[in-house]
Design a protein around this ligand. Structure first.
Ligand SMILES: Cc1cc2nc3c(=O)[nH]c(=O)nc-3n(C[C@H](O)[C@H](O)[C@H](O)COP(=O)(O)OP(=O)(O)OC[C@H]3O[C@@H](n4cnc5c(N)ncnc54)[C@H](O)[C@@H]3O)c2cc1C
Length: 401
């Protein structure tokens, strides 16, 4: 064997998984098709990632959190959800809780940079960059990857973290359901006159949605979700037009707003793999489940999934058993699926309800916000999902966590 484990994809999920195994005493490799420079020095891609307390706990345990400068971490102390032009909002805050934030915002490139810095220090980890995996075979006792540059590696286990459009997933024949929302997410950063008071807004306006997420120093991360047909017109607006458009749609809450970054467009496609493992092969990150960003759970699920798999592998190493054993992989699949399935389908239902502008759906939206606001158990479940720090799903019975 060349390696114990080969990880396909050096994005946030693949790098986190490698970091989780740093003390396991195994010989691992990451294969990443992008050049080394884009891993070691990633540039701003418009995404500010909302991290739950559980994700922060994992990143701390991986020694990655300390690598993110304080000025790059912003707290979300309160969240408000609005529907249509109504000022009525569903509110979440930390009152009565022992925590001071619902979650934290960190830019995707800062997360990637910190993960890469940590991964680079791992002695028994080889990072092969600038070459893609082009073929993959798995058999009873060994798996093999072939790369575009002709190199070939054998391993006991292959873990694919190669994005929601995972080629590895296809190569081993794992089907996935894909939901093309026909919408695009346009993200950027803006500066404004008034402070944001660490409040996150999710405004489900009719036709498009606008999220305004609090960064430091009178800055916010802006997420516009609109039908795909509107992408060109929004992206080609002049800066002045765009500033005015967002300011008006946000009801002038923060006074004058202006762009301080480029705009980035991400077409929205949700993906859920029908299985998370097969012979000597497992899926983590977006390759397992690629979420619509409205519930901000894509990377959070990626982190929790890789942690479940890493713990299973560390257990097997402690017992001296096979790290590619099918029962081990199945246990990972069952546990992670209990988290991903409700989150994926629940998120898609929220998207469906809040993008349907027919009168009955509008009424349902209003009732939902009022019911959630006035029925403490619903708020409690949602808030818990953001603020729990322990591994394991809140959907899991306690004995499985
Ligand atoms: C607008 C937007 C906002 C978001 N906001 C949030 C949020 O608030 N909270 C949250 O938790 N998540 C959020 N997400 C989701 C989050 O960004 C993703 O879940 C996360 O980046 C996925 O990481 P990954 O490593 O699984 O995949 P990716 O980041 O897609 O990385 C995959 C890597 O695999 C490599 N690769 C692909 N194919 C091959 C191959 N054949 N060989 C070798 N390498 C290969 C790619 O080059 C890439 O580096 C958001 C996403 C978007 C688009």
């Amino acid at each position: 064997m060349n390696y114990d484990i080969v990880i396909v994809g050096g994005g946030p999920a693949g790098l986190s998984f490698a970091c989780s195994l740093k003390n396991a005493g195994i010989h691992a490799a990451i294969i990443e098709k992008q050049p080394l420079e884009s891993l070691s020095n990633p540039t701003f891609d418009g995404r500010d990632i909302a991290l739950t307390h559980q994700s922060v706990r994992i990143l701390k345990e991986l020694d990655v959190w300390r690598r993110i400068p304080d000025e790059c971490i912003s707290s979300i102390r309160e969240a408000r959800v609005l529907d249509g032009p109504s000022p009525y909002s569903l509110n979440f805050d930390t009152r009565g809780e022992s925590i001071d934030a619902l979650g934290y915002l960190v830019s995707n490139h800062d997360i990637r940079k910190a993960l890469f810095e940590e991964a680079q220090q791992i002695e028994n980890l080889d990072i092969h960059t600038g070459t893609a995996v082009t073929s993959l075979t798995t058999a009873g006792d060994m798996a093999t990857v072939v790369m575009a540059d002709g190199q070939e590696f054998d391993a006991q286990l292959i873990v694919a973290a190669d994005s929601r459009f995972s080629e590895s997933r296809r190569m081993v024949g794992i089907p996935a359901t894909m939901l093309d929302f026909g919408r695009v997410c346009i993200v950027c950063r803006m500066e404004h006159d008034k402070p944001n008071d660490s409040i996150a807004y999710e405004c489900f306006h009719y036709g498009r949605t606008l999220a305004v997420l609090p960064l430091k120093a009178n800055q916010s991360s802006i997420v516009v979700t609109a039908p795909m047909s509107k992408q060109d017109s929004i992206m080609s607006m002049s800066e002045a037009e765009f500033n005015q458009d967002i300011q008006t749609r946000f009801n002038n809450r923060y006074g004058d707003m202006h762009l301080i970054s480029k705009r980035f467009a991400y077409p929205l496609v949700g993906v859920h793999a029908s299985k998370l493992c097969t012979t000597r092969f497992a899926l983590v990150g977006d390759a397992a489940v690629g979420m619509h960003p409205v519930t901000a759970h894509g990377f959070n699920l990626g982190l929790s999934g890789q942690e479940i798999l890493a713990k299973e592998i560390i257990n097997a190493l402690d017992k001296g058993t096979d790290i590619g054993d099918s029962r081990l992989l199945k246990r990972f699949e069952v546990r992670h699926m209990l988290d991903t399935r409700p989150m994926y389908h629940g998120t898609n239902e929220i998207v469906k309800m809040f993008t349907d502008d027919r009168p009955p759906a509008k009424l349902l939206r209003k009732l939902t916000l009022r019911l959630a606001n006035n029925f403490p158990p619903i708020k409690h479940v949602i808030r818990n999902k953001l603020t729990e720090s322990q591994s394991g799903s809140s959907f899991l019975p306690p004995f499985l966590r």
